[in-house]
Design a protein around this ligand. Structure first.
Ligand SMILES: *Cc1c(COP(=O)(O)O)cnc(C)c1O
Length: 371
């Protein structure tokens, strides 16, 4: 029997708690509480509690969070910052927007930044390493922090895909001085538009970012530095406050789905799956994405599309070293290899078990049926 399983179910995000969201919307709008109001304060406090850090600052989106994090970490014009080729363009663009230059390094088989490759890119201009905590999994933070310490570099995590992921019990976003998160709708904690946040334990960084997000102004309205309009809307903060209550169970559901994919597909030699939830060692993964490597990938995607199953290629199939116009280093052999085979299966907390099973059966049929 055929099903329709879109890669992502945007309408479902509202439908799952429609009454509660409508009430929240009505309440916030009736109060006229649109910018920098109590719902934003509440959300910042609640998220700080969830993360176990001192401060959270809501900002306009994940990209603004990255720019502010780089500034607060002391990255300045003329510096070099090391980023993996397997990342969203926003990581490298944020580096450019503070006047520094992104330098591309390679990734590991699990898609996270390769510490050895990052170490090779260090020059006397390097001021930070910027690992992308990709697909809801952190990089090897023991190795990266050791390299950063040895060379006196900042760690500036792009943890936009990893809110709640941990390494050695520490939350993604708390390895450097300032971590950044995105609440783009399809992120694990998504709002109903754009949104982002910063996490930090450093009071000076917090105060700097409070100014940066609000035109450089202090509490009294006096301008202290050149700033941005980079605030998180109060309405989005109110929605996020509702969703944060359900977030731990949403993460559990994602981990269950990852385990189900493993049970059904783990034996297929044609596929390489991301590390499973129980064999992760120091890692606690939240499965923002379930990115696999597949033999005959493009044929498989067509076959699944015909079976009603949506899949996508992260970054539309391109990694940073593919964008000639950006004139970056284009040497990242493991990323290049991965980009020939990678694809993402549906992964979100709204998926039902029978849908996951149907996806898996279809994949097994593709490989077994065509031998
Ligand atoms: C989503 C994402 C961002 C950017 O977040 P926006 O909120 O869309 O600005 C940055 N980096 C990575 C790795 C992301 O996945």
């Amino acid at each position: 029997m055929s099903k329709q399983i879109p890669f992502f179910n945007y309408k479902g995000l509202f439908a799952e708690h429609a009454d509660e969201f409508s009430q929240t919307f009505n309440d916030v709008c009736a109060r006229g509480a649109f910018i920098m109001q109590s719902d934003l304060d509440d959300f910042e406090k609640n998220l700080a509690k969830f993360l176990g850090c001192k401060y959270v600052i809501g900002v306009a989106d994940g990209t603004a969070a990255l720019v502010f994090a780089l500034k607060a970490s002391g990255v300045k014009a003329g510096d070099e910052v090391i980023v993996s080729s397997h990342t969203f363009v926003a990581t490298a663009a944020a580096v450019k927007h503070v006047g520094a230059d992104p330098v591309i390094c390679d990734c590991l088989a699990d898609s996270t930044m390769c510490p050895e490759s990052a170490a090779k890119m260090i020059t006397n201009k390097t001021s930070a390493i910027m690992p992308t905590q990709l697909n809801g999994r952190t990089a090897d933070m023991d190795k990266l922090c050791e390299i950063a310490e040895k060379h006196n570099l900042a760690i500036v995590e792009d943890s936009c895909q990893a809110l709640g992921a941990k390494f050695g019990g520490v939350n993604a976003g708390l390895f450097g001085m300032v971590g950044s998160y995105s609440f783009y709708p399809s992120k694990t904690l998504g709002c109903f538009g754009d949104g982002g946040a910063i996490a930090t334990n450093d009071e000076d960084a917090r105060n700097l970012i409070l100014e940066l997000r609000d035109h450089g102004r202090g509490h009294d309205g006096k301008v202290k530095q050149w700033g941005h309009n980079g605030r998180l809307d109060n309405l989005q903060a109110a929605i996020l406050n509702v969703k944060l209550k359900y977030y731990p169970s949403m993460i559990e559901r994602r981990r269950d789905i990852a385990a189900r994919y493993w049970n059904n597909l783990g034996e297929l030699t044609e596929l390489t799956l991301p590390p499973g939830p129980l064999e992760a060692g120091k890692h606690y993964d939240i499965y923002q994405n379930f990115e696999i490597r597949a033999t005959r990938r493009d044929e498989l995607r067509t076959y699944l599309a015909d079976a009603g199953i949506g899949t996508i290629l992260q970054w539309s199939g391109w990694m940073m070293h593919h964008f000639e116009e950006l004139k970056l280093r284009n040497d990242a052999p493991r990323c290049e290899d991965l980009s020939q085979q990678f694809m993402m299966l549906p992964m979100n907390h709204l998926l039902k078990d029978d849908e996951v099973d149907y996806i898996c059966e279809s994949i097994v049929r593709f490989y077994k049926g065509s031998k």
